[in-house]
Ligand binder design. Structure first.
Ligand code: ADP
Ligand code: MG
Length: 562
């Protein structure tokens, strides 16, 4: 079988260039990325074998192995996991399937002059390609479990890679880095030093549940080959007492399961004892993923049963509006063969979901009282998603409203909570006013706002599409009605002075002719013409009936086929 040469996809090429010329100081993380991939591959094989016993694969000693060759200056990370087929190698390694990376590149271009490339690389996951930070050539040999033929992939990172079919590849994948020449000035970056490898694994990959072994070099030519040493403790972080685990260790676990390079915003631990025992370790990320609102966003946390990995993206454990939460749930009393369908109907899982949901919401509440800035970041990134819960989760509606905040006419940039809004309400004001629209500016320019501005009445400025839906569905907060200033009759003067009602009646009589004429002319398009106290500058505005759908909602329901 001939060796074929392929070109990297444009984005992949850009990313590789970045890696090759990277001056990113923390190059050690390349090893974390390779180990993380190897660990995923072992998880996948174990599961596949569990479902299909006839799969021709050996699962008796699943592990990761690190080999150093000082003379050849190579470092190899090997696993006997699921492996990749010829086509998969081309797809997974030759292109950037992960569209988050495309976004990374775009942000990089935009921010190049400001933060510089260096800081940014540290913020994004670049997985497999990070090997090119330390190597000038990378080869990968792999065989998909169940297949007889293997594949060799090789690249110097400069525009092309080669693929070749091989007959005698062992099960799994091995990635060999041909390390860049040693830097005599900087011994710290000597990746052929066992000491260095030990240190990196301990720091970044200690919790990996598969053994990571290293065979130390022979001391002399005829010395015996030493026994491999296991570098990681394999201890599940969620099962260890809190005071034994450092924040850094938690963060490394998050990066592994969240495929994120950045620290999480918040770590949440929960231990449930009793009839249905489980441990949960959840993370709130610091940044919303770019595909959070797409249909195929993978939601859910990892499910383990007694330390054994069962599935990724277990959506039964959290409601859809918490789909950004990452983490691990380890349940003691589930079958290892449990399926997604069974989980959806299981009573214990249902209880677990309710408990985890409340725990996440109470954590956000705590953040709000203890650390405004962190809460601010959280709400900016995930507020839009959380508001979906106001519509779908009646049980936790109040808890979500309590942590929600909104732009308002009270302040140009600082959002307000409903509680703060109510505290500022004017004497005699009974309702909470809001207006929805596409942007803060378009809302503020709306004629509906005139009377409110004139009278100094605060209005919430809601710009997410979901806002109309929840505001309608929720209806009130602490006994105060939520009212759109664009709907129905809002008589702001009624309570100002006693004579206002009489005045209005008099004026309506006075203008009866004009109103009647307008109504007749516009009969096809409108229901009624009224005098209004809500305008100060504009002569007229169109108002929906209190129970009518707004145009945006009409569109949404139509799109949903209702
Ligand atoms: P990510 O791990 O975030 O998906 P990577 O760049 O690290 O991104 O890896 C890309 C893909 O290549 C992985 O999703 C996986 O499908 C495949 N892959 C990488 N390393 C291995 C491996 N050791 N065994 C099997 N598949 C692998
Ligand atoms: Mg990876």
């Amino acid at each position: 079988m001939p060796t074929e040469t392929f070109e990297f996809q444009v984005e992949a090429r850009q990313l590789l260039q970045l890696m090759i010329h990277s001056v990113y100081s923390n190059k050690d993380v390349f090893l974390r990325e390779l180990v993380s991939n190897a660990s995923d591959a072992l998880d996948k094989l174990r599961l596949e074998k569990l479902w299909d016993d006839s799969l021709d694969a050996d699962v008796s000693d699943l592990h990761i192995e690190i080999d150093i060759d000082k003379d050849a200056r190579t470092l190899t990370v090997r696993d006997n996991g699921i492996g990749m087929s010829y086509d998969e190698v081309g797809q997974l390694i030759g292109t950037i399937a992960n569209s988050g990376t495309a976004k990374f590149l775009q942000e990089l271009r935009e921010a190049k002059d400001k933060a510089g490339e260096d800081g940014l690389i540290g913020q994004f996951g670049v997985g497999f390609y990070s090997g090119f930070m330390v190597a000038d050539e990378v080869t990968l040999l792999t065989r998909r479990a169940g297949e007889s033929q293997g594949t060799r992939w090789s690249s110097r990172g400069e525009g092309t890679y080669t693929l070749e079919k091989v007959d005698d590849a062992p099960q799994g994948t091995s990635v060999t880095l041909h390390l860049k020449p040693a830097d005599p000035e900087n011994q710290l970056h000597d990746y052929t030093s066992p000491w260095k490898i030990r240190e990196i694994i301990k720091r970044y990959s200690d919790f990996i549940t598969w053994p990571i072994r290293m065979v130390p070099e022979k001391s002399g030519d005829d010395a015996e080959t030493p026994e491999p040493e296991t570098l990681n403790s394999m201890k599940a972080l969620w099962a260890r007492p809190r005071d034994e685990v450092s924040d850094d260790e938690y963060h490394e676990l998050y990066k592994h399961i969240g495929h994120d390079w950045r620290d999480p915003l918040e770590t949440i631990r929960l231990q449930a004892e009793g009839t249905f025992e489980y441990q949960a370790l959840l993370f709130l990320p610091a940044h919303a993923p770019h595909d959070l609102f797409t249909r195929d966003f993978k939601r859910g946390v990892q499910l383990y049963v007694k330390r054994v990995f069962i599935m990724d993206d277990c959506e039964a454990l959290l409601p859809p509006y918490l789909r950004f939460v990452k983490g691990v749930v380890d349940a003691a009393d589930l079958s290892l063969n449990v399926s997604r369908e069974i989980l959806q109907q299981d009573r214990h899982i249902e209880m677990m979901r309710r408990r985890l949901t409340k725990k996440v919401l109470s954590t956000v509440k705590e953040m709000m009282t203890k650390d405004q800035e962190r809460y601010g970041t959280f709400w900016r990134e995930f507020g839009t998603v959380l508001k979906e819960g106001l519509i779908t989760d009646a049980e936790n509606r109040d808890a979500i409203l309590a942590v929600a905040s909104f732009a308002s006419t009270h302040h140009d940039t600082e959002p307000t909570t409903l509680k703060q809004y109510v505290e500022r309400m004017k004497d005699g004001q009974e309702d909470i006013y809001y207006l929805t629209g596409e942007s803060r500016q378009s809302i503020e320019n709306s004629p509906h706002m005139e009377a409110f501005r004139e009278r100094g009445i605060e209005v919430l400025l809601l710009t997410d599409p979901v806002d109309e839906v929840w505001a309608d569905a929720v209806g009130e907060y602490e006994g105060k009605k939520l009212r759109s200033v664009a709907k129905g009759q809002i008589d702001l003067d009624a309570k100002d002075e006693d004579g206002a009602d009489d005045d209005r009646e008099k004026q309506t009589e006075e203008y009866a002719g004009l109103l009647g004429w307008m109504k007749e002319r516009l009969d096809e398009d409108i229901k009624d013409v009224r005098l209004s106290s809500r305008l100060t500058v504009s002569p007229a505005c169109v108002v929906s009936d209190a129970h009518d759908l707004t145009p945006a909602l009409e569109n949404m329901y139509r799109a949903m086929g209702q």
